[in-house]
Design a protein around this ligand. Structure first.
Ligand code: MTE
Ligand code: MO
Length: 318
């Protein structure tokens, strides 16, 4: 299978956000000037094109996409996902995260580092450092998507902190705020949600700290203002609304592992040959498609990540 990870983005893949007029703005404008006037604009190509009520365009460099992969529509990416702090149904996050306050937002980077620091979200938003990348995404529940993220490599963040020689793992923590996050008032998971990586996994160039999706600011339900994206691992490793990144010498506890250790291991690499105790991982349902797809080892990113796991028994280290 050709893997297009090294191909340069074409101009159609890079479309600046300024070209978009969001649907509501368009409808308001149409209402204000009347349908006839909008039709008349058809003769003025630039203006008419700018005012098409279009869906956000997927922007970014494709990473590890298969020839038949296409970006999952914006509507599905932003209304069908898991964010248990806002409820356990797939539609709950988009319904219940509307008023979630993401500013000001501080991320503490500390632990076994020479340069612990508190970062403000704005530090992550500098246009010179953010990249657009289109990744495959596989949930442990056997559904999948293709998502155009915007973010910065996690490795850059970690390098800035200067891990010392004792640092072996990285622990991530979600905001604990039961007033804003009703799920945290329930016992469905141990709160706050935590996740962890081995240091070399965190330094893998694919690991992204995302601040946006579809070239737009990350919607609250997708983990605003800052979340992890690890395309070779099951979706639950990609922790949302991060407030702390801590370098440690011991393997961090993770929320899903604490909730059900026999079902959710520390590694959680996408692996079609190791079933979940309650269902097969051999195939997946791509959101928006009818037929099931075969799940790929490391979700199609074996070339970039397999060497980190050589010599490990991937049945034991699930
Ligand atoms: N804090 C937090 N992060 C989380 C979750 C969660 O419930 N809480 N769910 C995870 C799961 S199971 C998945 S599949 C992804 C889904 O969201 P996305 O489609 O926006 O990546 O977020 C992950 N990150
Ligand atoms: Mo998931």
């Amino acid at each position: 299978m050709p893997i297009r990870s090294n191909h340069e983005p074409t101009s159609s893949e890079i479309t600046p956000e300024t070209l978009y007029v969001d649907r509501r703005t368009f409808l308001a404008a149409a209402g204000a000037i009347g349908a006839g006037a909008v039709a008349a604009l058809g003769g003025m190509p630039s203006l008419a094109a700018a005012q098409q009520p279009q869906e956000p365009q997927a922007v970014g460099k494709p990473y590890g996409l298969q020839p038949d992969d296409k970006p999952t529509p914006w509507e599905d990416v932003t209304t069908y996902n898991n964010f248990y702090e806002f409820g356990t149904d797939k539609s709950d996050p988009s319904q219940n995260a509307k008023n979630f306050k993401t500013r000001p937002w501080t991320v503490r980077v500390d632990g076994l580092v020479n340069k612990p620091a508190d970062y403000q979200l704005e530090d992550f938003l500098k246009p010179s450092v953010v990249e657009d990348r289109i990744y495959r995404h596989r949930c442990v529940e056997a559904w999948s998507m293709v998502i155009p993220w915007r973010g910065i490599p996690l490795a850059d963040m970690i390098r800035r902190a200067e891990p010392n020689s004792k640092a072996k793992f990285v622990e991530f923590t979600t905001l604990m705020d039961p007033k804003q996050m009703p799920g945290e008032r329930s016992g469905v998971l141990p709160w706050p949600y935590t996740e962890g990586l081995r240091l070399d996994e965190a330094q893998n160039p694919l690991a992204l700290l995302a601040v946006g999706v579809y070239g737009r600011v990350l919607p609250n339900q997708n983990g605003a203002p800052l979340r992890l994206v690890l395309p070779w691992k099951y979706g639950f490793k990609s922790i949302k609304s991060i407030v702390r990144i801590r370098l440690t010498d011991a393997m961090p506890k993770t929320a899903w592992n604490q909730a059900a250790a026999n079902e959710y291991g520390f590694y959680s690499n996408v692996n079609p040959t190791v079933d979940h105790p309650r269902w097969s991982q051999a195939t997946e349902r791509r959101i928006g498609e009818f037929f099931k797809r075969k799940t790929l080892m490391f979700n199609g990113y074996a070339e970039q990540v397999a060497s980190m796991y050589t010599g490990m028994d991937l049945r034991k280290n699930y």
